[in-house]
Design a protein around this ligand. Structure first.
Ligand code: 6A9
Length: 700
């Protein structure tokens, strides 16, 4: 251990071995590469060609411990709810360089890695860990700090520690299936002035066990400052070349905010593998899927460290601008998860470790359930940027086709060209409105009484987008495009759209179904046991009948969001009115998800289920709104000038609030309060909230 103030480094040189591609993708927390490890050989598996990541990788990581009088806690991960002031990647290029800071009471830990490509095996990579007492948090700067590095193999391979002076671990050599032989060196720690740290001492532990234990005192770093500075400068240049935020006049603090947003999205990209629990529609019991591997970004490194289907399309809109090749890999991995019928499960909880973090009721994925096909948005962007070469599209195409047909057939509505999300919650007396998790908009109000006659507007619009992109891909490949073009025309036909979804009384587009607007939760004594505490129970004051659903919110905007409305549509000015009205969707922080005038605005769904998509501001939908407003501002039509004004105002509001919240709280958040702008829900949430970078850059 050493007294605070030391700078500790470890050079981790991995050399030798076969086909090592040392991209460092963090797991739940980048410094714990853990079971979501990195590395590995080139394999051709399914669609995915290029550097695969190893399921049984060499595992390395860091734990840390501030020793205090009242015994400190050994830390291995950062978890929401620990009151961590701030942690995350400040810079990360998704490939060869990253710099991360973890702040906690009394301590600032900085971790940096560098990859040096070269040779036959992907080259070497190095880490440096810097620990500084953090006087800002007002604690005893003499506290002992222990850093524990571990190296482990996962059931295969060998490890050999090499010890110096009786106690200091100088290196570990060994071999694994993926790497062949390798060497990891731990250099001695230094202080900032280059002197030997006064109180450093070393220990190591070599243990064969199901646990990961090579506990060692860490060492001093020889990642040269010069080399790191060059990477940081290169990152900043590339960031500016890609997004142009300095050119646009953003202040340095705002640029750093945007860099951190991108870096956390990239630094959260992980390699996951294992089996999912799948429930086929007519099977009695859920079954384990085949072993799957998934390279994906995640919504939140600490709270939801796994893949979510519709989140990923949004993530890739940003990733693709930075590194189109990485996006292509991710997209291919997702499409590879498709079952033989054409279904892609929405939440990817692969393997035991991932499952351990998820409450049992969320683990099973049900085969009838879809999720918005946002991967088409990402693909559309790759096509527009000429970043989807034909051989790649050719490999993707059979999967895309199967996916489209699965969606088009299994989610069809009762009327031609109508669609319906399958997998709504079953009605229950405790639910104000049965949720629609497959839509991604979980508790957004839908018909009060789910039925087969329901028509879901957002899904219909997603299908229009999917048909359009399928048509584009088919044309590029010389495949029959007309069936997709036909669907695209049908779903884009504004008159037909109005017939199915224009709700005159609401003055907006809406879902249709068996619905009662007079539904509420009331406190009632439990029926079975009059002595039990009262419960919230749903009462339906007027019988449901087939009608449009009286919810004005994100769903109503979909024909605008996905740019299906003609620029001269008489409905467009009405949607813009709703969007700009503070009584409805407009806030100083972005567009709220549900109108203040809507009966379910900010209503809980049950006693324990607070409003989620019933008021708060969500960044993914705001991004779509900006993109659409910019589109209508570029089209000749009566709303052109107004769309341009709304675009500029909305962008200022959204970007301004996310930046302020980051400055004040240290995080990007899952959603934002529509009344105060405060970040809410899971954090750090640098999944689709990171789209703020594209809003700043005005890239849509
Ligand atoms: C619950 C929690 C320790 C909900 O961002 C991922 C999804 C979105 O796809 C969806 O649109 N989020 C949105 O409505 C988060 C879902 C998290 C479910 C898991 C378990 C326990 O974790």
């Amino acid at each position: 251990s050493s007294r605070g103030g030391g700078s500790h480094g470890g050079r981790m040189g991995v050399s030798g071995g076969r086909g090592f591609r040392s991209t460092v993708y963090g797991g739940p927390l980048g410094i714990k590469d853990g079971p979501y490890g990195q590395g590995s050989s080139c394999r051709n598996q399914g669609l995915f060609q290029g550097p695969a990541r190893a399921p049984r990788a060499l595992v390395t990581g860091l734990m840390w411990l501030q020793q205090r009088e009242a015994a400190g806690a050994l830390r291995h991960t950062c978890e929401q709810g620990e009151g961590q002031p701030r942690y995350g990647w400040l810079q990360h290029d998704g490939d060869a360089f990253g710099a991360q800071e973890i702040r906690e009471r009394g301590l600032l830990l900085r971790t940096e890695f560098l990859k040096r490509p070269g040779g036959e095996h992907g080259g070497d990579w190095s880490w440096r860990i810097t620990a500084l007492p953090d006087p800002g948090t007002g604690t005893d700067t003499d506290a002992l700090l222990s850093l524990f590095f571990y190296v482990a193999t996962d059931g295969q391979g060998t490890l050999q520690p090499h010890v110096e002076d009786g106690a200091r671990l100088a290196s570990v050599t060994g071999s694994t299936e993926e790497l062949g032989s390798f060497n990891i060196s731990f250099l001695k720690p230094t202080t900032e002035t280059g002197a030997e740290p006064k109180y450093a001492s070393y220990h190591y532990l070599d243990a064969a066990s199901p646990g990961l234990h090579l506990l060692t005192e860490l060492v001093r770093g020889s990642l040269s400052n010069a080399e790191l500075a060059a990477h940081a400068a290169a990152f900043e240049r590339r960031f500016e070349d890609t997004f142009g935020l300095a050119r646009k006049g953003f202040a340095p603090a705002q640029q750093r905010f945007a860099q951190a947003a991108l870096s956390n999205l990239l630094g959260g990209v992980g390699y996951f593998h294992g089996r999912s629990v799948l429930q086929a529609e007519h099977a009695e019991e859920p079954v384990l899927s085949a072993e799957a591997e998934l390279l994906t970004a995640v919504p939140s490194r600490s709270f939801f460290p796994r893949g979510f289907l519709w989140d990923e399309g949004f993530h890739q809109l940003l990733v693709a601008r930075w590194d189109a090749a990485l996006s292509r890999d991710v997209l291919a991995h997702w499409l590879d998860l498709m079952t033989a019928e054409g279904w892609i499960p929405r939440e990817q909880i692969l393997g035991e470790e991932a499952r351990a973090r998820v409450p049992p009721e969320f683990v099973v994925q049900r085969s009838g359930s879809a999720n918005p096909p946002t991967l088409f948005l990402a693909l559309q962007q790759l096509l527009a940027a000429d970043a989807a070469p034909l051989p790649y599209l050719q490999r993707l195409y059979p999967r895309l086709r199967a996916w489209f047909h699965w969606l088009n057939s299994t989610q069809a509505g009762a009327l031609p060209t109508a669609f319906r999300w399958r997998g709504r919650d079953a009605p229950h007396e405790r639910l104000l409105n049965p949720k629609t998790l497959p839509s991604g908009l979980d508790d957004y109000p839908r018909a009060s009484h789910p039925s087969a006659d329901e028509r879901h507007l957002d899904l219909r619009c997603w299908m229009a987008l999917a048909a359009r992109v399928m048509g584009d891909v088919a044309e590029r490949l010389g495949e029959p495009a007309e069936p997709y073009r036909h669907t695209q025309r049908q779903l884009g036909d504004n008159a037909l759209l109005e017939r199915l979804h224009w709700a005159e009384r609401l003055g907006a587009f809406a879902d249709y179904g068996n619905h009662s607007e007079a539904v509420a939760l009331e406190r009632r004594p439990a029926r079975a046991d009059p002595a039990a505490p009262p419960q919230l129970v749903r009462v339906v004051r007027r019988a449901p009948r087939p009608q449009f659903v009286d919810a004005l919110g994100y769903v109503s905007l979909f024909p605008l969001l996905l740019q299906l409305l003609q620029p001269d549509s008489p409905r467009l000015p009405l949607l813009l009115d709703a969007l700009r009205s503070e009584q409805h969707l407009w806030t100083p922080f972005g567009l709220r998800s549900l109108s203040r005038a809507s009966p379910l605005y900010m209503q809980r769904n049950t006693e324990h289920d607070p409003p989620y998509w019933r008021g708060p501001v969500w960044v993914n939908v705001n991004y779509l709104a900006l993109r659409a407003l910019q589109h209508y501002a570029a089209q000749a039509g009566p709303q052109r000038a107004r769309a341009a004004r709304l675009y500029a105002e909305l962008r200022d509001n959204l970007v301004g609030n996310l930046f302020r919240q980051y400055r004040d709280s240290g995080y990007l958040w899952e959603h934002y309060s529509d009344s105060t702008g405060r970040g809410q829900g899971s954090h750090p949430f640098t999944g689709w909230s990171a789209l703020v970078v594209l809003a700043m850059a005005e890239q849509y």
